[in-house]
Ligand binder design. Structure first.
Ligand code: FE2
Ligand code: FE2
Length: 380
């Protein structure tokens, strides 16, 4: 991280009547690109409501040093006066900022820039792990529906997948360690890293892609792994970059060995975190509304996913996931199936669905059949 940089914080996100765990700064320069940050309140001192109100009157904007972002997040997660959606929005904004730096740094891509921002992502994931403690998959799903979404699909999607990976891992291993959850979350956040190398007009074209474009998109797991390992990131001594690399590389492998890039098969060949990520990726792609796509109601989404149980998705992991998602389990209105070619990476304006439940309509489910004398004679 660039420790000489600062980020702005809203006054209402700063906890009062307690010891502040980070320093507060103001920018004393009015000249753009020539900021001069001055510390106005030190960490370790008791901040009163009156102190903060006087800062609010005097200064337009308060800042925190980038080097203390982790402390800021920790205090934010603990704050009882701030609601959950607000907290996650702040953490998410931070994640968006790092992802934007990674993806838009493409033009002048440097491994140093990548490493710095992956380090930032690490802090974000740590806060997400804290934030999602005690929240089940279903609670997370409703939280995600309350978050606003942005223009570039990959950012929102990556953050959602990160959160789902953490929650799914916790559902599988209720006693999961922090380090395990960090791997799951970071793998989810960076799973589509390789999309940096895919032209935006291909990624954001819901109007139908040529076969050539699709072949280009299918390279993103390879690109992602290369980028991650080329960055020589030292994110944390406890975190194994190779594990995160496996999530990036294997999240499009199918359980039955028909996926890409290497047609890996089953539990032996596909990393657990990658199999979790596949479920999170799939689920978010069909349930989270974006600017251009249609999504499925939850019952239909789960019925649709179930058809890929053991095919694209690990059957045991899917069952655990299924168990934790709350929905009406029997719905006979529409029995939908996504085409086998469905790929959560592709931008669909309309999901490629077919209704395989026509037979149910023919059987007149739910209708009262009047038995006539003729019918009785026939059956006797
Ligand atoms: Fe992907
Ligand atoms: Fe994805």
């Amino acid at each position: 991280m660039d420790y000489s940089s600062y980020f702005s914080v809203r006054h209402d996100l700063i906890p009062v009547e307690q010891i502040l765990s980070y320093d507060l700064y103001i920018n004393s320069s009015a000249i753009k690109d020539k900021e001069k940050f001055i510390r106005i309140f030190p960490q370790g001192e008791y901040l009163t409501k009156t102190d903060l109100e006087s800062f609010q009157k005097k200064y337009y904007q308060l800042y925190v040093a980038e080097s203390q972002r982790k402390k800021f997040f920790k205090s934010l997660v603990k704050a009882t006066s701030i609601n959950e959606v607000e907290k996650v929005t702040v953490i998410k904004d931070s994640a968006l900022n790092y992802l934007q730096n990674i993806f838009e740094g493409n033009k002048e891509f440097s491994t140093e820039l990548l490493s710095q921002n992956i380090e930032g992502c690490r802090d974000v994931v740590e806060s997400m792990v804290d934030m999602l403690e005690g929240k089940d998959i279903d609670g997370l799903r409703s939280l995600i529906t309350n978050l606003s979404f942005h223009d570039f699909y990959t950012y929102d999607h990556s953050i959602n997948v990160c959160m789902y990976c953490i929650s799914i891992y916790r559902a599988i291993h209720p006693k999961a360690t922090r380090v395990e959850l960090m791997h799951a979350g970071l793998g989810g956040l960076l799973h589509d890293l390789g999309k940096i190398k895919i032209p935006t007009h291909i990624l954001n074209n819901p109007g139908g892609l040529s076969n050539e474009d699709y072949q280009t998109i299918k390279k993103h797991p390879d690109f992602g792994l290369e980028l991650l390992l080329s960055g020589h990131c030292e994110i944390d001594k406890d975190l194994d970059l190779k594990v995160i690399g496996r999530v990036i590389h294997e999240h499009h492998e199918n359980f039955d060995g028909t996926g890409y890039p290497n047609k890996l098969k089953g539990r032996e060949e596909i990393h657990l975190l990658a199999r979790i990520c596949t479920i999170a990726d799939f689920f978010d792609a069909i349930t989270t509304k974006r600017s251009y796509n249609e999504v499925l109601p939850i019952t239909e989404a789960m019925n649709t996913m179930r058809k890929f149980r053991g095919i694209k998705l690990d059957p045991d992991l899917f069952d655990i996931f299924d168990h934790h998602v709350g929905y009406v389990r029997h719905d006979i209105h529409r029995d939908l199936k996504l085409l086998d070619s469905f790929d959560p990476t592709l931008p669909y304006a309309k999901l490629p669905l077919e209704d395989v439940g026509k037979f149910k309509k023919d059987l007149d489910f739910g209708k009262i059949k009047v038995v006539t004398d003729k019918d009785r004679k026939k059956s006797s």
